[in-house]
Design a protein around this ligand. Structure first.
Ligand SMILES: *Cc1c(COP(=O)(O)O)cnc(C)c1O
Length: 465
Protein backbone atom coordinates (compact mmCIF):
# COMPACT_ATOMS: atom_id res chain seq x y z
CA UNK A 1 0.00 0.00 0.00
CA UNK A 2 1.56 3.29 -1.06
CA UNK A 3 1.88 6.09 1.43
CA UNK A 4 -1.15 8.32 1.64
CA UNK A 5 -3.41 5.57 0.37
CA UNK A 6 -4.55 4.63 3.86
CA UNK A 7 -7.68 6.75 3.66
CA UNK A 8 -10.62 4.39 3.86
CA UNK A 9 -12.17 5.63 0.64
CA UNK A 10 -8.88 5.30 -1.24
CA UNK A 11 -8.61 1.58 -0.46
CA UNK A 12 -9.04 -0.81 -3.40
CA UNK A 13 -12.35 -2.28 -2.29
CA UNK A 14 -13.98 1.13 -2.38
CA UNK A 15 -12.63 2.16 -5.78
CA UNK A 16 -14.86 -0.29 -7.62
CA UNK A 17 -18.42 -1.57 -7.45
CA UNK A 18 -19.37 -3.92 -4.67
CA UNK A 19 -19.47 -7.63 -5.51
CA UNK A 20 -23.02 -8.47 -6.51
CA UNK A 21 -23.11 -11.53 -8.76
CA UNK A 22 -21.19 -14.74 -8.21
CA UNK A 23 -19.50 -15.58 -4.92
CA UNK A 24 -16.66 -13.05 -4.40
CA UNK A 25 -13.21 -14.42 -5.21
CA UNK A 26 -11.16 -12.21 -2.85
CA UNK A 27 -11.29 -10.86 0.66
CA UNK A 28 -11.31 -7.23 1.75
CA UNK A 29 -10.63 -5.38 4.98
CA UNK A 30 -13.56 -5.52 7.40
CA UNK A 31 -13.68 -1.69 7.53
CA UNK A 32 -14.04 -1.60 3.76
CA UNK A 33 -16.73 -4.28 3.63
CA UNK A 34 -18.54 -2.59 6.51
CA UNK A 35 -18.47 0.79 4.76
CA UNK A 36 -19.82 -0.70 1.53
CA UNK A 37 -22.74 -2.34 3.33
CA UNK A 38 -23.37 0.58 5.68
CA UNK A 39 -23.41 3.13 2.87
CA UNK A 40 -25.61 1.07 0.60
CA UNK A 41 -28.22 0.92 3.38
CA UNK A 42 -28.49 4.72 3.32
CA UNK A 43 -30.88 4.19 0.41
CA UNK A 44 -33.35 2.39 2.68
CA UNK A 45 -36.20 4.40 4.09
CA UNK A 46 -36.00 5.81 7.63
CA UNK A 47 -37.77 3.17 9.69
CA UNK A 48 -39.36 5.60 12.16
CA UNK A 49 -40.93 7.49 9.25
CA UNK A 50 -42.27 4.20 7.92
CA UNK A 51 -45.90 4.35 9.01
CA UNK A 52 -46.72 1.36 6.81
CA UNK A 53 -45.06 -1.02 9.25
CA UNK A 54 -46.59 -2.34 12.48
CA UNK A 55 -43.22 -3.33 13.84
CA UNK A 56 -40.92 -1.91 16.49
CA UNK A 57 -38.65 0.84 15.18
CA UNK A 58 -37.45 2.27 18.48
CA UNK A 59 -35.97 0.54 21.53
CA UNK A 60 -34.02 1.99 24.44
CA UNK A 61 -30.30 1.54 25.03
CA UNK A 62 -30.75 -1.27 27.55
CA UNK A 63 -32.76 -3.28 25.02
CA UNK A 64 -30.04 -2.70 22.43
CA UNK A 65 -27.42 -3.86 24.92
CA UNK A 66 -29.32 -7.04 25.76
CA UNK A 67 -29.79 -7.80 22.06
CA UNK A 68 -26.08 -7.40 21.50
CA UNK A 69 -25.16 -9.47 24.59
CA UNK A 70 -27.44 -12.28 23.43
CA UNK A 71 -26.19 -12.39 19.86
CA UNK A 72 -24.70 -15.84 20.46
CA UNK A 73 -27.61 -17.46 22.31
CA UNK A 74 -29.55 -20.08 20.45
CA UNK A 75 -32.97 -20.36 22.05
CA UNK A 76 -33.28 -24.01 21.05
CA UNK A 77 -30.37 -24.99 23.34
CA UNK A 78 -32.45 -25.18 26.51
CA UNK A 79 -29.90 -27.27 28.38
CA UNK A 80 -26.94 -25.07 27.46
CA UNK A 81 -28.73 -21.79 28.17
CA UNK A 82 -31.16 -22.71 30.94
CA UNK A 83 -31.66 -19.12 32.07
CA UNK A 84 -32.66 -18.03 28.60
CA UNK A 85 -35.20 -20.86 28.68
CA UNK A 86 -36.33 -19.71 32.12
CA UNK A 87 -36.83 -16.10 31.00
CA UNK A 88 -38.83 -17.29 28.01
CA UNK A 89 -41.01 -19.42 30.29
CA UNK A 90 -41.62 -16.49 32.62
CA UNK A 91 -42.59 -14.34 29.64
CA UNK A 92 -45.03 -17.05 28.46
CA UNK A 93 -46.69 -17.06 31.90
CA UNK A 94 -46.88 -13.27 31.86
CA UNK A 95 -48.56 -13.20 28.45
CA UNK A 96 -50.94 -16.00 29.48
CA UNK A 97 -51.83 -13.99 32.59
CA UNK A 98 -52.30 -10.81 30.55
CA UNK A 99 -54.75 -12.62 28.26
CA UNK A 100 -56.65 -14.23 31.19
CA UNK A 101 -55.70 -17.87 30.67
CA UNK A 102 -57.47 -19.86 33.42
CA UNK A 103 -54.14 -21.18 34.74
CA UNK A 104 -51.20 -19.16 33.40
CA UNK A 105 -48.69 -21.24 35.38
CA UNK A 106 -49.47 -24.52 33.65
CA UNK A 107 -50.75 -23.68 30.21
CA UNK A 108 -48.66 -24.09 27.06
CA UNK A 109 -47.15 -21.21 25.14
CA UNK A 110 -44.01 -20.34 23.28
CA UNK A 111 -42.06 -17.50 21.83
CA UNK A 112 -41.87 -17.56 18.04
CA UNK A 113 -40.14 -15.56 15.35
CA UNK A 114 -43.33 -13.52 14.88
CA UNK A 115 -47.07 -13.82 14.55
CA UNK A 116 -46.81 -15.80 11.33
CA UNK A 117 -45.11 -18.73 13.04
CA UNK A 118 -47.43 -18.34 16.03
CA UNK A 119 -50.48 -18.36 13.73
CA UNK A 120 -49.26 -21.50 11.97
CA UNK A 121 -48.83 -23.23 15.34
CA UNK A 122 -52.32 -22.17 16.45
CA UNK A 123 -53.74 -23.37 13.15
CA UNK A 124 -51.88 -26.67 13.29
CA UNK A 125 -53.10 -27.32 16.83
CA UNK A 126 -56.67 -26.68 15.65
CA UNK A 127 -56.14 -29.08 12.73
CA UNK A 128 -54.82 -31.85 15.00
CA UNK A 129 -57.68 -31.33 17.49
CA UNK A 130 -60.20 -31.48 14.67
CA UNK A 131 -58.74 -34.74 13.38
CA UNK A 132 -58.76 -36.21 16.89
CA UNK A 133 -62.47 -35.37 17.14
CA UNK A 134 -62.95 -37.62 14.10
CA UNK A 135 -62.69 -35.01 11.35
CA UNK A 136 -61.98 -36.41 7.90
CA UNK A 137 -61.39 -34.82 4.49
CA UNK A 138 -60.14 -31.27 4.16
CA UNK A 139 -60.71 -29.05 7.18
CA UNK A 140 -61.54 -25.37 6.74
CA UNK A 141 -61.33 -22.22 8.79
CA UNK A 142 -63.48 -19.13 8.57
CA UNK A 143 -62.21 -15.57 8.86
CA UNK A 144 -62.68 -12.00 7.73
CA UNK A 145 -60.05 -10.04 5.82
CA UNK A 146 -56.86 -11.62 7.17
CA UNK A 147 -53.17 -10.98 7.01
CA UNK A 148 -51.34 -12.95 4.34
CA UNK A 149 -49.91 -15.44 6.90
CA UNK A 150 -53.32 -17.14 7.03
CA UNK A 151 -53.38 -17.65 3.27
CA UNK A 152 -49.90 -19.09 3.66
CA UNK A 153 -51.04 -21.36 6.47
CA UNK A 154 -53.93 -22.63 4.30
CA UNK A 155 -51.70 -23.36 1.35
CA UNK A 156 -48.71 -24.81 3.21
CA UNK A 157 -50.78 -27.05 5.46
CA UNK A 158 -53.56 -28.01 3.07
CA UNK A 159 -56.46 -26.39 4.84
CA UNK A 160 -59.29 -24.50 3.14
CA UNK A 161 -59.52 -20.80 3.98
CA UNK A 162 -63.01 -19.29 3.85
CA UNK A 163 -62.77 -15.54 3.90
CA UNK A 164 -66.08 -13.84 4.45
CA UNK A 165 -66.44 -11.01 1.91
CA UNK A 166 -67.27 -7.57 3.29
CA UNK A 167 -70.98 -7.00 2.65
CA UNK A 168 -72.45 -3.51 2.34
CA UNK A 169 -70.42 -0.97 4.27
CA UNK A 170 -68.88 -3.51 6.61
CA UNK A 171 -65.17 -3.44 7.26
CA UNK A 172 -64.85 -6.44 9.57
CA UNK A 173 -66.13 -10.01 9.75
CA UNK A 174 -69.66 -9.99 11.10
CA UNK A 175 -71.04 -12.65 13.45
CA UNK A 176 -74.25 -12.99 11.42
CA UNK A 177 -72.24 -14.14 8.39
CA UNK A 178 -70.73 -17.09 10.23
CA UNK A 179 -73.51 -19.69 10.01
CA UNK A 180 -73.45 -19.57 6.24
CA UNK A 181 -69.68 -20.14 6.03
CA UNK A 182 -69.21 -22.82 8.71
CA UNK A 183 -69.86 -26.55 8.35
CA UNK A 184 -69.00 -29.81 10.10
CA UNK A 185 -65.39 -29.51 8.85
CA UNK A 186 -64.79 -26.03 10.22
CA UNK A 187 -61.81 -26.54 12.53
CA UNK A 188 -61.72 -22.94 13.82
CA UNK A 189 -62.85 -19.36 13.28
CA UNK A 190 -60.11 -16.72 13.26
CA UNK A 191 -61.14 -13.19 14.21
CA UNK A 192 -58.44 -10.59 13.72
CA UNK A 193 -57.97 -8.36 16.73
CA UNK A 194 -56.43 -5.42 14.92
CA UNK A 195 -57.08 -5.78 11.23
CA UNK A 196 -54.26 -5.24 8.78
CA UNK A 197 -56.36 -3.12 6.41
CA UNK A 198 -57.93 -0.67 8.80
CA UNK A 199 -56.54 -1.37 12.27
CA UNK A 200 -60.07 -2.15 13.51
CA UNK A 201 -60.79 -4.87 16.07
CA UNK A 202 -63.10 -7.66 14.97
CA UNK A 203 -65.94 -8.52 17.33
CA UNK A 204 -64.65 -11.61 19.15
CA UNK A 205 -67.54 -11.60 21.67
CA UNK A 206 -70.05 -11.52 18.80
CA UNK A 207 -68.22 -14.28 16.94
CA UNK A 208 -68.20 -16.41 20.08
CA UNK A 209 -71.93 -15.88 20.65
CA UNK A 210 -72.69 -16.76 17.02
CA UNK A 211 -70.71 -20.00 17.42
CA UNK A 212 -72.60 -20.78 20.65
CA UNK A 213 -75.84 -20.46 18.69
CA UNK A 214 -74.46 -22.66 15.93
CA UNK A 215 -73.52 -25.30 18.48
CA UNK A 216 -77.04 -25.31 19.92
CA UNK A 217 -78.51 -25.62 16.45
CA UNK A 218 -76.11 -28.01 14.70
CA UNK A 219 -74.02 -29.47 17.51
CA UNK A 220 -70.77 -28.17 15.96
CA UNK A 221 -68.35 -27.07 18.67
CA UNK A 222 -66.11 -24.69 16.71
CA UNK A 223 -63.16 -23.17 18.58
CA UNK A 224 -61.74 -19.67 18.08
CA UNK A 225 -58.14 -18.72 17.47
CA UNK A 226 -57.64 -14.97 17.85
CA UNK A 227 -55.06 -13.31 15.62
CA UNK A 228 -54.10 -10.53 18.02
CA UNK A 229 -50.84 -9.75 16.21
CA UNK A 230 -51.07 -6.05 17.02
CA UNK A 231 -54.07 -5.83 19.39
CA UNK A 232 -52.79 -8.36 21.92
CA UNK A 233 -50.51 -5.89 23.65
CA UNK A 234 -52.80 -2.87 23.32
CA UNK A 235 -56.29 -3.69 24.59
CA UNK A 236 -55.10 -5.27 27.88
CA UNK A 237 -53.65 -1.87 28.80
CA UNK A 238 -55.66 0.75 26.90
CA UNK A 239 -59.08 -0.96 26.84
CA UNK A 240 -58.94 -3.55 29.66
CA UNK A 241 -62.73 -4.06 29.75
CA UNK A 242 -62.87 -5.05 26.10
CA UNK A 243 -63.38 -8.83 26.04
CA UNK A 244 -61.57 -10.66 23.24
CA UNK A 245 -59.25 -13.16 24.96
CA UNK A 246 -59.38 -16.31 27.14
CA UNK A 247 -62.20 -14.75 29.16
CA UNK A 248 -64.26 -16.28 26.34
CA UNK A 249 -64.22 -20.08 26.87
CA UNK A 250 -64.38 -20.68 23.10
CA UNK A 251 -61.02 -18.96 22.57
CA UNK A 252 -58.50 -21.83 22.58
CA UNK A 253 -55.38 -20.06 21.31
CA UNK A 254 -54.05 -16.58 20.61
CA UNK A 255 -51.09 -15.24 18.66
CA UNK A 256 -49.46 -11.84 18.95
CA UNK A 257 -46.31 -10.17 17.65
CA UNK A 258 -44.01 -9.15 20.48
CA UNK A 259 -42.20 -7.07 17.88
CA UNK A 260 -45.30 -5.02 17.15
CA UNK A 261 -47.12 -3.44 20.07
CA UNK A 262 -45.29 -5.75 22.51
CA UNK A 263 -42.38 -3.30 22.08
CA UNK A 264 -39.77 -6.06 21.61
CA UNK A 265 -37.23 -5.85 18.78
CA UNK A 266 -37.91 -7.57 15.44
CA UNK A 267 -38.13 -11.35 15.63
CA UNK A 268 -40.44 -11.83 18.64
CA UNK A 269 -43.89 -13.43 18.60
CA UNK A 270 -46.06 -15.37 21.05
CA UNK A 271 -48.46 -18.30 20.74
CA UNK A 272 -50.45 -19.15 23.87
CA UNK A 273 -53.05 -21.87 24.43
CA UNK A 274 -55.98 -21.58 26.79
CA UNK A 275 -55.17 -24.79 28.54
CA UNK A 276 -52.34 -27.32 28.20
CA UNK A 277 -54.87 -29.81 26.79
CA UNK A 278 -55.60 -27.49 23.85
CA UNK A 279 -52.15 -28.13 22.40
CA UNK A 280 -52.15 -31.70 20.97
CA UNK A 281 -49.27 -33.86 22.17
CA UNK A 282 -48.28 -34.69 18.60
CA UNK A 283 -46.99 -31.14 18.16
CA UNK A 284 -44.72 -31.34 21.20
CA UNK A 285 -41.07 -32.36 21.02
CA UNK A 286 -39.21 -32.77 24.28
CA UNK A 287 -35.66 -31.46 24.57
CA UNK A 288 -33.10 -31.88 27.34
CA UNK A 289 -33.31 -29.29 30.08
CA UNK A 290 -31.32 -29.33 33.31
CA UNK A 291 -31.28 -33.09 33.56
CA UNK A 292 -34.97 -33.32 32.71
CA UNK A 293 -36.91 -32.42 29.63
CA UNK A 294 -38.85 -29.46 28.33
CA UNK A 295 -41.67 -29.30 25.81
CA UNK A 296 -40.96 -27.37 22.60
CA UNK A 297 -43.25 -26.72 19.66
CA UNK A 298 -41.82 -24.46 17.00
CA UNK A 299 -41.41 -24.50 13.24
CA UNK A 300 -37.81 -23.29 13.50
CA UNK A 301 -34.98 -25.12 15.17
CA UNK A 302 -32.19 -22.58 15.77
CA UNK A 303 -33.48 -19.12 16.53
CA UNK A 304 -31.96 -16.11 18.30
CA UNK A 305 -32.65 -15.93 22.04
CA UNK A 306 -32.24 -12.16 22.36
CA UNK A 307 -35.76 -11.31 21.26
CA UNK A 308 -37.53 -13.34 23.94
CA UNK A 309 -35.02 -12.09 26.51
CA UNK A 310 -35.55 -8.48 25.51
CA UNK A 311 -39.31 -9.01 25.56
CA UNK A 312 -38.95 -10.18 29.16
CA UNK A 313 -36.89 -7.05 29.84
CA UNK A 314 -39.70 -4.86 28.42
CA UNK A 315 -42.29 -6.70 30.57
CA UNK A 316 -40.41 -6.19 33.84
CA UNK A 317 -39.20 -2.72 32.88
CA UNK A 318 -42.69 -1.37 32.19
CA UNK A 319 -45.19 -3.64 33.91
CA UNK A 320 -48.90 -3.00 33.46
CA UNK A 321 -48.58 0.64 34.51
CA UNK A 322 -45.74 1.36 32.12
CA UNK A 323 -47.37 -0.38 29.17
CA UNK A 324 -50.59 1.51 29.89
CA UNK A 325 -48.70 4.80 29.83
CA UNK A 326 -46.76 4.00 26.66
CA UNK A 327 -49.79 2.70 24.74
CA UNK A 328 -52.09 5.53 25.87
CA UNK A 329 -49.50 8.05 24.73
CA UNK A 330 -49.45 6.49 21.26
CA UNK A 331 -53.24 6.44 21.10
CA UNK A 332 -53.24 10.14 21.95
CA UNK A 333 -50.82 10.83 19.07
CA UNK A 334 -53.08 8.78 16.76
CA UNK A 335 -56.10 10.84 17.83
CA UNK A 336 -54.13 14.03 17.29
CA UNK A 337 -53.20 12.88 13.78
CA UNK A 338 -56.82 11.90 13.08
CA UNK A 339 -58.07 15.34 14.17
CA UNK A 340 -55.50 16.99 11.91
CA UNK A 341 -56.55 14.80 8.97
CA UNK A 342 -60.20 15.74 9.51
CA UNK A 343 -59.13 19.38 9.44
CA UNK A 344 -57.75 18.97 5.92
CA UNK A 345 -61.38 18.51 4.81
CA UNK A 346 -60.74 15.96 2.07
CA UNK A 347 -60.72 12.80 4.16
CA UNK A 348 -63.18 10.61 5.94
CA UNK A 349 -61.77 8.72 8.93
CA UNK A 350 -62.35 4.96 9.05
CA UNK A 351 -60.36 4.50 12.26
CA UNK A 352 -59.42 7.52 14.32
CA UNK A 353 -57.30 5.89 17.01
CA UNK A 354 -60.13 5.04 19.42
CA UNK A 355 -58.67 2.36 21.76
CA UNK A 356 -62.10 0.70 22.06
CA UNK A 357 -62.33 0.21 18.30
CA UNK A 358 -58.85 -0.60 17.10
CA UNK A 359 -55.08 -0.40 17.31
CA UNK A 360 -52.78 2.63 17.45
CA UNK A 361 -53.39 3.46 13.81
CA UNK A 362 -55.33 5.91 11.72
CA UNK A 363 -57.10 4.86 8.54
CA UNK A 364 -58.81 7.20 6.11
CA UNK A 365 -60.24 7.53 2.61
CA UNK A 366 -61.04 10.41 0.27
CA UNK A 367 -64.51 11.88 0.64
CA UNK A 368 -64.91 12.70 -3.06
CA UNK A 369 -62.81 12.79 -6.22
CA UNK A 370 -60.44 15.74 -5.92
CA UNK A 371 -58.68 14.90 -9.22
CA UNK A 372 -55.93 12.93 -7.51
CA UNK A 373 -55.93 9.67 -5.62
CA UNK A 374 -54.32 8.24 -2.50
CA UNK A 375 -51.53 6.60 -4.52
CA UNK A 376 -50.60 10.06 -5.81
CA UNK A 377 -50.58 11.33 -2.24
CA UNK A 378 -48.53 8.37 -1.01
CA UNK A 379 -46.00 9.03 -3.77
CA UNK A 380 -45.79 12.75 -2.94
CA UNK A 381 -45.31 12.00 0.76
CA UNK A 382 -42.49 9.67 -0.12
CA UNK A 383 -40.51 12.59 -1.48
CA UNK A 384 -40.41 13.91 2.11
CA UNK A 385 -39.39 10.51 3.47
CA UNK A 386 -42.80 9.45 4.82
CA UNK A 387 -43.77 5.88 3.99
CA UNK A 388 -47.54 5.58 4.24
CA UNK A 389 -49.43 2.76 2.62
CA UNK A 390 -52.33 3.28 0.21
CA UNK A 391 -54.12 0.13 -0.92
CA UNK A 392 -57.51 -1.25 -1.92
CA UNK A 393 -59.89 -2.70 0.67
CA UNK A 394 -60.43 -6.46 0.42
CA UNK A 395 -63.30 -8.18 -1.40
CA UNK A 396 -66.09 -7.08 -1.91
CA UNK A 397 -64.85 -3.56 -1.31
CA UNK A 398 -61.84 -3.78 -3.64
CA UNK A 399 -62.82 -0.65 -5.59
CA UNK A 400 -62.22 1.52 -2.55
CA UNK A 401 -58.79 2.79 -1.68
CA UNK A 402 -57.72 3.64 1.84
CA UNK A 403 -54.60 4.97 3.48
CA UNK A 404 -53.28 3.81 6.84
CA UNK A 405 -50.70 5.14 9.25
CA UNK A 406 -49.61 2.81 12.04
CA UNK A 407 -48.20 4.77 14.96
CA UNK A 408 -45.69 3.15 17.23
CA UNK A 409 -43.59 3.70 20.32
CA UNK A 410 -41.35 6.65 19.52
CA UNK A 411 -43.81 8.53 17.31
CA UNK A 412 -44.49 11.88 18.93
CA UNK A 413 -47.08 14.64 18.65
CA UNK A 414 -44.36 16.79 17.12
CA UNK A 415 -43.70 14.21 14.40
CA UNK A 416 -47.45 14.01 13.77
CA UNK A 417 -47.49 17.79 13.31
CA UNK A 418 -44.60 17.59 10.85
CA UNK A 419 -46.48 14.87 8.97
CA UNK A 420 -49.68 16.94 8.92
CA UNK A 421 -47.79 19.94 7.54
CA UNK A 422 -46.32 17.74 4.80
CA UNK A 423 -49.76 16.27 4.06
CA UNK A 424 -51.19 19.77 3.62
CA UNK A 425 -48.23 20.76 1.41
CA UNK A 426 -48.54 17.62 -0.76
CA UNK A 427 -52.28 18.14 -1.18
CA UNK A 428 -51.64 21.76 -2.22
CA UNK A 429 -49.09 20.58 -4.78
CA UNK A 430 -51.48 17.95 -6.13
CA UNK A 431 -54.17 20.64 -6.52
CA UNK A 432 -51.83 23.03 -8.30
CA UNK A 433 -49.94 20.54 -10.41
CA UNK A 434 -51.94 17.33 -10.66
CA UNK A 435 -50.41 14.31 -12.33
CA UNK A 436 -51.71 14.16 -15.92
CA UNK A 437 -52.87 10.66 -15.07
CA UNK A 438 -53.08 9.41 -11.54
CA UNK A 439 -50.75 6.72 -10.29
CA UNK A 440 -51.79 3.10 -9.96
CA UNK A 441 -51.04 1.00 -6.95
CA UNK A 442 -48.05 -0.60 -8.71
CA UNK A 443 -46.57 2.74 -9.80
CA UNK A 444 -46.91 4.19 -6.34
CA UNK A 445 -44.45 1.66 -4.96
CA UNK A 446 -44.76 -1.57 -3.11
CA UNK A 447 -44.51 -0.94 0.60
CA UNK A 448 -47.95 -2.33 1.29
CA UNK A 449 -46.78 -5.88 1.85
CA UNK A 450 -48.31 -6.01 5.31
CA UNK A 451 -51.72 -5.71 3.70
CA UNK A 452 -52.74 -8.82 1.91
CA UNK A 453 -53.86 -7.75 -1.56
CA UNK A 454 -57.52 -8.13 -2.35
CA UNK A 455 -58.36 -11.78 -2.37
CA UNK A 456 -60.88 -13.53 -4.59
CA UNK A 457 -64.22 -13.50 -2.84
CA UNK A 458 -66.04 -16.39 -1.20
CA UNK A 459 -64.36 -19.62 -0.34
CA UNK A 460 -60.94 -19.84 -1.83
CA UNK A 461 -58.78 -22.86 -1.40
CA UNK A 462 -55.42 -21.19 -1.68
CA UNK A 463 -56.15 -20.21 -5.26
CA UNK A 464 -54.03 -17.08 -5.33
CA UNK A 465 -50.78 -17.45 -7.13
C1 LIG B 1 -48.38 -8.49 11.24
C2 LIG B 1 -49.52 -9.41 11.29
C3 LIG B 1 -49.34 -10.79 11.11
C4 LIG B 1 -47.98 -11.36 10.80
O1 LIG B 1 -47.15 -11.16 11.88
P1 LIG B 1 -45.56 -11.21 11.81
O2 LIG B 1 -45.18 -10.94 13.21
O3 LIG B 1 -45.16 -10.12 10.85
O4 LIG B 1 -45.16 -12.55 11.32
C5 LIG B 1 -50.43 -11.62 11.23
N1 LIG B 1 -51.66 -11.13 11.49
C6 LIG B 1 -51.88 -9.81 11.64
C7 LIG B 1 -53.27 -9.35 11.96
C8 LIG B 1 -50.83 -8.90 11.56
O5 LIG B 1 -51.04 -7.60 11.75
Amino acid sequence: MSEGADDLFALPGLSRSAPRGGFPAHEMFPQVAYEIVHDELMLDGVSRMNLATFCTTWVDDQARRLMSECLDKNIVDKDEYPQTAELERRAVRMVADLWHAPDPATTHGTSTIGSSEAAMLGGLAAKFRWRKRGGTGTPNFVCGPVQVCWEKFARYFDVEIRQIPLRGDRLTMHPDDLAEHCDANTMMVVPTFGQTYTGLFEDVVGVSAALDALQREKDWDIPIHVDAASGGFLAPFAAPDLVWDFRLPRVKSINASGHKTGLAPLGAGWAIWRDAADLPEELIFDVDYLGGSMATFNLNFSRPGGQAITQYYEFIRLGRAGYARVQSAIYRVAQHLAAGLRGLEVFELIHDGDPQRGITAVCWRLTGDPGWNLYDLSDRLRSRGWLIAAYPLPADRGEETVMRAVLRHGFTVDMADLLLADLARCIRQLRQRPFSTSLTREEAGGFTHTASPAVPQTTIAASRS
